[in-house]
Design a protein. Structure first.
Length: 143
C-alpha cells in the first residue's frame, strides 16, 4: 500500500468519523488531522462549545480522542486488528465508545475492575465495535 493509499484510507475514516461524531454531537464543527501518513500525531478538534473536554486516547494498537462522553479509536497502523485491547475508561458516567479497524466477528468486552460492568459478547460485521462503558478497565478480546 502506498502513502497516497494510506492518505485516502485515512480521509475515508475521517469522513466516516465526522459523520458519526456530528450525528452524536452537533457541537463538533471540524476535525483536522496533520501528518496523515502516520495519523498518530497532531490531531486537533475545533468545537463550537469550548467547554467540551477533548482528550487524546492511546492504547498499544489504537489512537483516538475522547470528546465529552464519547470516545473514538482508530488502528495506529491502519490495519484491521484482531488482538486483545486493554482500554481504561476514566469518566465517572457512561462513555460511548466506537472502535474502528477491528476484524469482523464476535468480541467479548469484559470490565476487569467490576465484572458487573462487563458488556459481554458484541458482534462486529463492519469492522466497528460500539458500546456504552462505565468507569473501569476493559479487556476487549476476539472470540
Amino acid at each position: 500500500m502506498s502513502i497516497s493509499d494510506d492518505i485516502l484510507n485515512l480521509q475515508t475514516h475521517v469522513q466516516i468519523l465526522l459523520c458519526r461524531i456530528s450525528t452524536l454531537d452537533s457541537r463538533i464543527s471540524e476535525l483536522e488531522v496533520e501528518n496523515t501518513a502516520l495519523c498518530t500525531e497532531n490531531i486537533s478538534l475545533r468545537t463550537e462549545n469550548t467547554s467540551l473536554k477533548v482528550e487524546k486516547i492511546e492504547t498499544e494498537q489504537f489512537v483516538g480522542t475522547k470528546i465529552g462522553d464519547r470516545m473514538v479509536l482508530f488502528s495506529k497502523n491502519s490495519e484491521v486488528e484482531n488482538q486483545a485491547i486493554k482500554l481504561k475508561i476514566a469518566h465517572s458516567g457512561i462513555t460511548k465508545v466506537l472502535i474502528t479497524d477491528l476484524e469482523t466477528g464476535t468480541w467479548d468486552i469484559e470490565c476487569i475492575d467490576n465484572k458487573k460492568q462487563s458488556i459481554g459478547i458484541v458482534k462486529n460485521s463492519k469492522n466497528l465495535l460500539y458500546f456504552n462503558a462505565a468507569k473501569g478497565t476493559y479487556v476487549i478480546t476476539k472470540k
